[in-house]
Write a protein that binds this ligand. Structure first.
Ligand SMILES: O=P(O)(O)O[C@@H]1C[C@H](O)[C@@H](CO)O1
Ligand SMILES: Nc1nc2[nH]cnc2c(=O)[nH]1
Length: 194
C-alpha cells in the first residue's frame, strides 16, 4: 500500500473470499464491505503497531470512514445496471488470523458481534492504506456458508472456495471494470470543467 502511495495511486480496490455468517447470504453472493471488525487487533496485532512513519500518516488514524461511501454508491449503481442486484449485498467483514477455518462456536459469536462475513485478509491492507490516505473499496465473494449448526455435516473447505471463485470470476471482473470505467469518465469530465 505504501509503495502504491509513493507511486501516486489514490484509490485501491480489494477483493477476498469469505464465509457467509449472515443467514440471508447465499454462496456466490458478492458483499460490498461497509465496515470491518479487526479481530487480531483486539489482541494487539495491527500492521500499524510500532514506530509511526509520519511520512505516510498520523499515529492514530480514524477507521470509521475506512470504506469509501462514494465508491460504495458507485458499486451499487454499477451492479444494478449489470443486473447483479440478486446477489449484491453490503455488510461487515470480520478478519481472523486463519489459516484454520472457524469452529461453530466462533461463527455463532462473530454473527452475534455483527459480522456478516468472515475471512483472513483485506483488513490489514485497508489499515495501512487508510493510514496513508488511500481511498478504499472492497468486495467479499461469499464462497461458502459458515457452519453454525451442530447438527450440520458440512465443513468449510478450500475446494469450495476456489470453485465459487471460478463461478463468479467473470461477473466480478465486469463489476470492477464497469466501476473503473465510470470513475475514469467522471475524472475526465471534471478535468474538462476545471
Ligand atoms: O481472498 P482471501 O485470501 O482472503 O481468501 C481466503 C483466505 C484463504 O486464502 C482462503 C481460504 O479458503 O480464502
Ligand atoms: N476465515 C474464513 N476465511 C474464509 N475464506 C473463504 N471462506 C472462509 C471462511 O469460511 N472463513
Amino acid at each position: 500500500m505504501r509503495v502504491f502511495k509513493l507511486m501516486g495511486v489514490d484509490t485501491v480496490f480489494l477483493t477476498n473470499a469469505a464465509g457467509g455468517l449472515n443467514q440471508d447470504y447465499k454462496v456466490g453472493d458478492v458483499m460490498i464491505l461497509k465496515d470491518h471488525i479487526n479481530m487480531p487487533g483486539f489482541a494487539g496485532t495491527n500492521p500499524l503497531a510500532g514506530p509511526n512513519d509520519e511520512r505516510f500518516g498520523v499515529r492514530f488514524p480514524p477507521m470509521s470512514d475506512a470504506y469509501d461511501r462514494e465508491l460504495r454508491r458507485l458499486a451499487r449503481a454499477a451492479a444494478a445496471d449489470l443486473g447483479y442486484d440478486d446477489f449484491l449485498r453490503e455488510g461487515v467483514y470480520c478478519v481472523l488470523g486463519g489459516p484454520a477455518f472457524e469452529t461453530i462456536a466462533e461463527c455463532r459469536m462473530l454473527q452475534q458481534l455483527g459480522a456478516d462475513a468472515v475471512g483472513m485478509s483485506t483488513v490489514h491492507e485497508v489499515l495501512v492504506a487508510r493510514h496513508s490516505g488511500l481511498r478504499c473499496f472492497a468486495l467479499s465473494l461469499i464462497t461458502n456458508r459458515a457452519v453454525m449448526d451442530y447438527e450440520s455435516r458440512e465443513t468449510a473447505n478450500h475446494e469450495e472456495v476456489l470453485e465459487t471463485g471460478r463461478r463468479r470470476a467473470q461477473q466480478l471482473q465486469e463489476l470492477v471494470s464497469t466501476m473503473v470505467a465510470r470513475m475514469e469518465s467522471h475524472n475526465n469530465n471534471n478535468n474538462k470543467t476545471c
